[in-house]
Unconditional design. Structure first.
Length: 174
């Protein structure tokens, strides 16, 4: 029987507890032999972290999963899914506002790659408001006044460390 591979494409710039929660819940369903966390390029957002930095964060947070691989891709997600032999694209749904874009993308991907389906997972209520952009705004505006404990509610420890290093160069955390 062929291996069942899923890709979870996102920019992970940086990875948040919302992404980690999604990865954990999908993994626990044991639907796939391999889940490829695919770091993509988002044309509408200039990158904050390099690919190597994002890969390092993702490798740290997924160290306990042996069926997860971290990769980078460019071009269309549907083409990458085909190239990678994936049967499924995993996406998360947070607010109603995610629906329109996600449905459009899922339909387009299915048209380009009819053998590839999109699997939507609802965001957990406590992370439904959380995005990488919000995390970076919090860091740029006021992280120095926030405790690690508060920041760990939204991002994993390795991300707190790398965000402090990037946005608080004099914090001595580097
Ligand atoms: P992109 O910039 O490519 O949209 P993101 O990292 O912002 O990448 O998000 C990509 C995927 O991760 C989407 O499917 C999104 O719904 C999901 N996601 C992002 N944040 C969360 C969250 N807090 N909870 C669940 N899913 C999330």
């Amino acid at each position: 029987m062929s291996r069942k591979i899923a890709i979870f494409p996102a920019s992970f710039d940086p990875v948040t507890n919302g992404h980690v929660d999604l990865i954990d819940r999908i993994s626990r369903l044991a639907l796939f032999d391999e889940i490829v966390i695919a770091i993509g390029i988002n044309l509408s957002k200039p990158p904050r972290f390099t690919f190597e930095e994002r890969k390092e964060m993702l490798e740290t947070v997924t160290a306990n999963y042996n069926h997860i691989t971290i990769e980078q891709y460019s071009g269309l997600t549907a083409h990458y899914a085909l190239e990678r032999g994936a049967c499924t694209v995993i996406r998360g749904l947070r607010e109603m506002s995610d629906f329109e874009d996600e449905f459009q993308m899922a339909r387009m991907n299915h048209q380009i790659a009819p053998g590839v389906d999109t699997l939507f997972m609802m965001a957990s209520a406590k992370y439904a408001y959380l995005s990488s952009t919000l995390v970076v705004e919090i860091f740029q505006m006021g992280s120095t006044k926030m405790s690690d404990e508060k920041l760990l509610e939204i991002v994993p420890p390795v991300v707190v460390k790398m965000l402090r290093k990037k946005f608080e160069p004099s914090s001595g955390n580097g």
